[in-house]
Design a protein around this ligand. Structure first.
Ligand SMILES: [Zn+2]
Length: 86
């Protein structure tokens, strides 16, 4: 996770306070965490999370099995063979 800055280091867009959704792989599980406070780039959608929030996320990820997910999502999966067959 990146530290807090005023401008996007990808496209130099001016960051605004907002929220983002994180997708994090933990071993074989994909976790989605929504409503994460972040500074968001309006140009490229890159999100920057504060050190404090990053620490909270690290703590949550160390014990997420103790929490009941608010819901489960069905995620479609494809192979590259399907992509290249047009
Ligand atoms: Zn940007």
């Amino acid at each position: 996770m990146k530290s807090r800055i005023d401008r996007c280091d990808r496209c130099v867009g001016e960051l605004t306070a907002g929220q983002t959704t994180l997708e994090i792989w933990q071993a074989e599980e994909l976790l989605v965490i929504r409503d994460v406070p972040a500074d968001v780039c309006p140009q490229c959608d890159e999100a920057y999370i504060s050190a404090a929030v990053s620490e909270q996320l690290d703590h949550f990820l160390s014990e997420y099995h103790q929490h009941r997910p608010e819901r489960y999502l069905a995620v479609p999966q494809f192979s590259l063979a399907q992509v290249t067959e047009g």
